[in-house]
Design a protein around this ligand. Structure first.
Ligand code: MG
Length: 222
């Protein structure tokens, strides 16, 4: 696995003139996803290896295979990112049957380790404070299941800065589908031309918002 701990996300200075509400991506926008995922995956491997004999390369190969299959089968839905389904299929492939307790505990180890490693970007914190001071409400618009994304918001310590969440599990579609943005606009109750979307993915975040005439800003990595 490549070391992605040195990849830095640059949260930009955002001009809020004329802006009454913010749509905000979560993963790789407010914290670095890759370093948390890489760490969590290694912890999940150690956990699984304590029960089954599975070396790291084989584990990573099986994980990619399981993830690709779930992504394809559940394309466009929040559950396409379910680590429980990834571990279930990985273990089924390795052991030839469902291992219920190990599927559950591997998912728990993965997310516990992931949350441990999450750190809010300093510039993102400044931005959230700026919005709060200006009474500009924020809706997080994010692809994944509601529970995990809610837990991330709580663990990052930003729940008091965020007014709403729209997850792809809730919407039944993923970014850049217009419906997920429409749900967020509806929750905020603010006209599209007074909103701004901020996110790291050009297609999902930036172009997705622009389909609804919502101004958007791209977060870059260096
Ligand atoms: Mg993202």
């Amino acid at each position: 696995m490549t070391d992605r701990n040195n990849v830095e996300i640059e949260f930009p200075e955002v001009d809020l003139t004329g802006i009454q509400g913010v749509l905000l991506d979560l993963d790789d926008t407010l914290y670095s996803y890759d370093r948390c995922h890489d760490y969590a995956l290694l912890k999940a491997h150690v956990h699984i290896n304590g029960h089954l004999n599975l070396d790291c390369d084989e584990f990573l190969k099986e994980y990619s295979k399981a993830r690709a299959r779930v992504n394809t089968e559940l394309k466009g839905q929040g559950s396409s990112h379910s680590r429980l389904l990834y571990f279930q299929k990985l273990l089924e492939s390795v052991a030839g049957k469902t291992n219920f307790s190990l599927s559950i505990s591997s998912e728990e180890v993965y997310w516990r380790s992931f949350f441990e490693k999450m750190e809010l970007l300093t510039d993102a914190r400044y931005f959230l404070e700026k919005c709060k001071n200006k009474h500009i409400p924020i809706c997080i618009v994010t692809d994944l299941t509601a529970k995990i994304q809610m837990e991330k918001i709580v663990k990052l310590g930003i729940a008091d800065y965020i007014d709403f969440l729209v997850s792809s599990e809730e919407a039944g579609v993923e970014k850049p589908h217009p419906y997920i943005f429409k749900l967020a606009v509806e929750k905020l109750g603010i006209d599209n031309d007074k909103l701004i979307m901020i996110g790291d993915n050009i297609n999902r975040d930036v172009l997705g918002a622009r389909l609804l005439n919502i101004k958007s800003i791209h977060i870059s990595k260096k």
